[in-house]
Design a protein around this ligand. Structure first.
Ligand code: SF4
Ligand code: SF4
Length: 694
């Protein structure tokens, strides 16, 4: 008969032992799972239960295609795809074997089993092929670990060697891969021994790996070895099942849930603070302040290190690694709720917090140091790079809110916030000075509060007040005027948009700015908003609608592209003498996916254009965001902006570094000067090229 025996010649008592141990294993698995569930129940609501069907299938698509793992790391993506699908097929195969043996055969007799004849042969072939993929994927991952890429280095930027212990994680990483490899290899061995012990039936060529292995054993030896290897394989499988909820293996289940409940607007639109919370103190003070999704985030981290290597703070020697931040919050969460550690290979609590003492220390300040939280440039690279949907930035800002509440921040930052509160701008200048840059224009810009316009130009603080950027702002105005755009500004009624204020964690001030700007919008008559500032662009587009100000918002590069398409923007000459590269501002490219418009303009301008190593959504931050531009960066080993200029200079013959953000203009001009590269490269806003070509 074309089939196989599950418990080949095993006496009944031996089979019963397997079932008893199997049931105990499942109970242990469920207990571990329940402990985790209990932990997430402690969190506050995260409002992620809308559109459950859509969320379910979106996460399913991400898992099935492996798209989030493949992104930024094709090797790891390919290996993970093989392990994932190998595991899924082998798991489904095992379930079919169990159902066939324990239900179909018992209920309908051996002659009615599913696993016989042609179905059995195809089944065997399918499982053998996916088993090979599974093993190849595991070997690739083991090889990669051996090669020690920087993202898998557990070295922390905030602590010295000896001040922390990552040996548990290292053991867990190894245990996970080796356990799976052992299960895969012994599975094939059991198959080979069984086929050999059965005299190598001809139909077993449908199990090509087992059939090949069977040739290496004599029938007698195979008969002797089979039960031992079978039990070894079976026990390894049961150990793995028991190990899942207490280890890295849990990511197989958690990461699906984390992707399913991910907020697509994470970081782009920060969570509001309720009135009640505002009164009692914004931010997070205890573990119960985190949402259940954040608690799930902490456990979902696979320690892949993609965020760690993408982070500009980490790259500049600041005491922040988003990976370590998430892992510290994980150990803190475990300690705070008396869960011991949720993993077998528990960690030394990074901030010296032992179980039971976690409630007596401050999460923002003690567990996660203030310097670590203030080092974040809110560039969102971590959120974008994370393959499992972790929303680092939401937690960082919520923890910053606690620091803001207690006044734990640099004086320069405190002064800037005071300026914004008092004058509505970060320069601390009178609001009457906001439109002073227009005085040098040879035409008058409409006041949108006095006459209706099609486009309201939200100028932003840097473009309006910074003397180094004002010339650029006038060029933008001149081009808008030349193209006959019907536009106006709010003059002194415009206030700082609040994007960075919100990311600093000053939610009260942010809401005040939103109210002021909304009042000015209501006074004016316009259809759409344009801005040159990607930071203002982000908050006006993604956050203001929650407060009731919902308008179409354009970055000027997008608008210029539209005018180019309509034939209204025309260039009279090609700028082929420039060899340029373009820097995607975080708040334009990564936050809002606007990467094509500036490139389209550059193509139309006829410049010789070459991308830097990191571009588009993978762009590297200038270091200014999230209030960093107002903080001291003298302690950094090498500022992100200087690193970026050096990256541009890797391109042979590049002479222009193109930006599309007023803050970038300031940051990179400064970086070129301070790194002594003025002879080699110049920084220009894209508008300067547009003007030159017109
Ligand atoms: S937002 Fe940017 S700077 Fe902040 S932790 Fe993430 S990668 Fe690092
Ligand atoms: S937070 Fe995400 S990107 Fe960072 S190490 Fe963990 S899984 Fe990887």
């Amino acid at each position: 008969m074309i089939t196989r025996e599950v418990f080949r010649h095993f006496p009944l008592w031996m089979q019963l032992i397997f079932y008893v141990v199997g049931l105990a294993t499942v109970a242990f698995f469920l207990y571990g799972f329940w402990r985790r569930y209990k932990k997430y129940r402690r969190g506050t609501d995260a409002e992620r239960f809308n559109n459950l069907g859509g969320r379910f299938f979106k996460a399913l698509g991400a898992m099935a295609t492996n798209r989030t793992v493949y992104k930024r790391d094709a090797y790891a993506g390919a290996a993970h795809w093989m392990i994932f699908w190998g595991f899924v097929v082998l798991f489904i195969g095992t379930v079919i074997v169990a159902v066939d043996h324990d239900m179909v055969e018992m209920a309908f007799g051996a002659e009615n089993r599913l696993l016989q004849g042609g179905f059995y042969q195809w089944f065997s072939l399918f499982l053998d092929v996916f088993g090979v993929l599974f093993l190849v994927g595991l070997l690739m991952m083991l090889f990669r670990r051996g090669a020690k890429p920087p993202q898998l280095d557990y070295k922390r930027p905030d602590l010295k060697d000896g001040q922390y212990d990552r040996s548990g994680y290292k053991k867990d990483d190894k245990a996970f891969l080796w356990l799976l490899l052992l299960i895969g290899v012994t599975g094939y061995l059991v198959e080979g021994l069984r086929i050999s012990a059965d005299g190598i039936p001809a139909f077993e060529v449908w199990s090509p790996v087992g059939h090949t292995l069977a040739q290496f054993f004599g029938e007698g030896l195979a008969n002797t070895l089979h039960p031992y290897v079978w039990w070894f394989h079976g026990i390894m499988v049961l150990i793995f099942i028991a190990y899942i909820p207490y280890s890295k293996a849990m990511h197989m289940l958690l990461d699906y849930a984390n992707l399913m409940f991910k907020d697509d607007m994470a970081a782009k639109r920060l969570p509001k603070v309720s009135e009640e919370k505002m009164k009692e103190g914004q931010g997070y003070r205890k573990i119960e302040d985190f949402t259940w999704k954040e608690l799930l985030d902490f456990d979902s981290c696979t320690k892949c290190g993609r965020c760690h290597v993408a982070c500009p703070a980490n790259a500049s020697g600041a005491p922040l690694s988003p990976r370590d931040l998430i892992l510290d919050l994980r150990t803190y969460a475990d300690a705070s709720i008396g869960n011991g550690t949720s993993e077998w290979f528990g960690q030394t609590y990074a901030a010296g917090v032992k179980e039971g003492k976690a409630g007596k220390v401050a999460v923002a300040g003690d567990i996660i140091k203030a310097d670590t939280l203030w080092a974040c440039t809110t560039c969102m690279a971590c959120v974008e790079a994370c393959p499992v949907g972790i929303e680092h930035l939401t937690s960082i800002v919520n923890l910053r809110r606690t620091l803001v509440d207690s006044g734990t921040m640099e004086n320069s930052l405190q002064d800037t916030l005071a300026n914004i509160g008092d004058y509505g701008n970060s320069f601390g200048q009178s609001d009457r000075m906001r439109a002073k840059w227009t005085k040098e224009l040879d035409f008058k810009i409409k006041d949108a509060r006095k006459e209706p316009v099609e486009y309201l130009w939200f100028v932003g603080d840097y473009a309006a007040y910074d003397p180094a950027v004002q010339a650029m702002t006038r060029k933008v105005a001149g081009i808008f005027e030349k193209m006959g755009l019907d536009f106006g500004i709010l003059y002194e009624a415009e206030k700082n948009a609040g994007n960075d204020v919100r990311r600093i964690g000053e939610e009260g001030l942010f809401e005040m700015l939103v109210e002021d700007n909304m009042a000015a919008f209501e006074e004016a008559e316009f259809k759409e908003i344009i801005t040159t500032d990607p930071h203002s662009f982000n908050t006006l587009k993604n956050e203001y609608p929650e407060f009731g100000a919902s308008y179409p918002v354009h970055h000027y590069t997008g608008l210029l592209c539209k005018l180019l398409d309509e034939g209204k923007l025309k260039f009279s000459k090609k700028l082929s003498h420039y060899k340029v590269t373009y820097h995607d501002p975080c708040y334009l490219g990564r936050y809002n996916g606007e990467t094509e418009a500036p490139r389209k303009l550059l193509r139309a301008l006829g410049v010789e254009f070459q991308e830097m190593r990191r571009c588009g959504a993978n762009s590297f931050c200038c270091g200014a965001g999230g209030g960093r531009i107002w903080m001291d960066d003298s302690k950094l080993e090498k500022r992100p902006s200087v690193q970026r200029i050096e990256e541009a200079l890797e391109i042979d013959g590049v002479n222009l570094f193109i930006v599309a953000c007023p803050k970038d203009y300031t940051m990179y001009n400064d970086a070129v000067k301070s790194s002594g590269n003025e002879e080699k490269i110049a920084v220009k806003d894209i508008i300067e090229l547009v003007e030159e070509a017109m």
